[in-house]
Design a protein around this ligand. Structure first.
Ligand code: NOJ
Length: 552
């Protein structure tokens, strides 16, 4: 696309970038249908520029039946009509670039939507057809093929297999879906699958995209024998070593191919992997210089609010990234996990999909204090940072959504036991004192696609922009300082001696960050100036659950 603006050639922009995650359905609704759209994002670009982010990562904006919030993609080269048009996406990418903001597109290689033409063709072509080779169709086990072909579970609960029905109405083969049954897994041993995705990357890079976020990146390759999962009794290491679909060696060749494509464009187009792996060294293999640029740091995201655990997570992260010379990423939440202020206000402050439940008691005041401190911690650590929309507003998880409004397959497939992820996906409150809080235009007929909590008036961007003590003001100030301080972003890091309840580190001779996770106020190290604090200091000491940036 000769006349499409392209990101400027700043080869290292991503090493210390602050990247803001947009969940398009819930960011801003311009046409009053209750669902966010690209025109809504375009109208809020000045807000994002004022916040001071370097890039936007968009959760999928493609045509989709929305069986999994858009991660069921029906066409990777277009835009979901409810969100807008391809021309609008192009405008959005260009307008953001004018403000110095790059756009990262979500690529979903593991599966497509059951509504995608490839899958429709495969179903119609029937058993043994070439069209089915792009997927994993297999006969069932049991006398009549009534049992799934193996014991793999869906990430959303139940088996990872769905049985087809033959044209004459009799039960047919099964197809693999590691997520929802509306998301058939692709067979990455098939040359069409690889060629198609490489072409999709070019399609978006041609339109000025600054990078791609790779969905479920460590699950894409499968052992073609599709063996049962190893017995858990063998131990976690043995299970992972022989795993038929997690972290398989063939993946690296796929991502090397993607990196060659990204590198053929000017301005450092980046690959960001969604790589959930317990082993930090295996994780870092994806970040070798000819593979992905960065990957989300889920160890840190899931880490409980405990000084020793946080210190270990930071040390492990930095130690794993150093040999591959990749910058770390620091992430507190996203569209899949419990919002930070809620999680940090609970007895169990870690995150685990397995422990999600309804009705967990939460102290939001405590959680908010900790989330403010966590914001200064993450923004001071070396590398890049991801902010999930609404994190800068300190939004809590919406926990009172009526059950009949929940849409997430994680809830729908859990027999009602798992609240799923809708609570962190509620439309943003922008202004005003009642729902839709400026999310939709005034007088719009439709309600937001997920109901907003009635008490969000004090959490709107408008209310918080006018309050110097708000979460939004804290984020704005921190991002301003982060841009001005040469020592922040990518660069050196060293721990300072401190009490075990305190995390204190130096980023440059002039910049220190101190976080107190203990119950008692802590002494501050020697400094000449307090640059920013997440809460008031107590007679020059740092109260519990408070962080501070200091001039050394
Ligand atoms: C990870 C995405 O973040 C999540 O939202 C989605 O459900 C799964 N991958 C499947 O695409």
């Amino acid at each position: 696309m000769a006349d499409t603006p392209q990101p400027e050639a700043d080869e290292n922009w991503w090493r210390g970038a602050v990247i803001y995650q947009v969940y398009p359905r819930s960011f801003a609704d311009s046409n009053g249908d209750g669902t966010g759209d690209l025109a809504g994002v375009r109208s809020r670009l000045p807000y994002l520029a004022e916040l001071g982010v370097n890039a936007l990562w968009f959760c999928p904006w493609y045509p989709s039946p929305m069986a999994d919030g858009g991660y069921d993609v029906a066409d990777y080269r277009d835009v979901e009509p409810v969100f807008g048009t391809l021309a609008e996406a192009e405008k959005l990418i260009s307008e953001a670039l004018v403000l110095g903001i790059r756009t990262i597109i979500d690529i979903v290689p593991n599966h497509i939507s059951a509504a995608h033409p490839w899958f429709r063709e495969a179903l119609a072509a029937g058993r043994g057809s070439a069209a089915r080779e792009r997927f994993w169709f297999r006969p069932g086990r049991g006398e009549h093929g009534e049992l799934p072909p193996n014991n793999w579970p869906s990430q959303f609960g139940g088996p990872a297999w769905t049985r087809t029905t033959e044209p004459d109405g009799t039960p047919g083969d099964w197809f693999l879906n590691l997520f929802d049954s509306e998301q058939p897994d692709l067979n990455w041993n098939h040359p069409d699958v690889r060629a198609e995705h490489e072409d999709i990357l070019r399609f978006w890079f041609d339109r000025g995209a600054g990078g791609v976020r790779i969905d479920s990146a460590a699950m894409v390759s499968k052992d073609p024998q599709l063996p049962d999962l190893p017995d858990p009794a063998a131990g976690a290491d043995a299970v992972l070593a022989a795993h038929p679909y997690v972290d398989r060696d063939e993946l690296h060749d796929i991502y090397r191919g993607w990196r060659r494509i990204a590198d053929s464009y000017p301005g450092a187009r980046i690959l960001v992997g969604e790589v959930w792996l317990p082993d930090a060294e295996r994780f870092a293999r994806y970040l070798r210089p000819d593979e992905m640029h960065t990957a989300f740091n889920f160890d840190f995201l899931a880490c409980p609010w405990e000084p020793a655990r946080l210190r270990t997570s930071i040390d492990t992260t930095l130690a794993a990234h150093a040999p591959v010379s990749a910058p770390a990423t620091w992430v507190l939440c996203n569209h899949d996990v419990t919002r930070t202020v809620t999680r940090y206000g609970r007895a169990d402050t870690g995150f685990d999909f397995a422990t999600k439940a309804f009705g967990i008691p939460t102290d939001l005041e405590l959680g908010t204090r900790r989330a403010r401190a966590a914001a200064l911690l993450t923004l001071a650590l070396p590398g890049s940072v991801y902010l999930y929309q609404g994190e800068e507003l300190g939004l809590p998880e919406a926990e009172d959504i009526p059950l009949d409004k929940l849409q997430d397959p994680m809830y729908l497939r859990s027999a009602g036991t798992n609240p799923g992820r809708d609570g962190c996906r509620v439309p943003l409150p922008w202004s005003g004192t009642a729902s839709p809080f400026g999310f939709s235009p005034a007088g719009a007929g439709a309600q937001p696609w997920l109901p907003q909590p009635a008490d969000w008036a004090s959490r709107t961007a408008e209310a918080q922009g006018a309050d110097p003590d708000s979460m939004l003001s804290l984020y704005r100030a921190a991002l301003r300082l982060r841009r001005a301080e040469a020592g922040l972003g990518d660069g050196s890091f060293g721990w300072l001696d401190s009490d075990p309840q305190v995390l204190a580190f130096r980023r440059s001779p002039e910049f220190l960050c101190v976080l107190n996770l203990g119950a008692e106020p802590a002494e501050l190290p020697e400094h000449t100036e307090v640059l920013l604090a997440s809460g008031p200091l107590a007679d020059g000491r740092l109260p519990a659950d408070t962080a501070v940036w200091l001039r050394g």
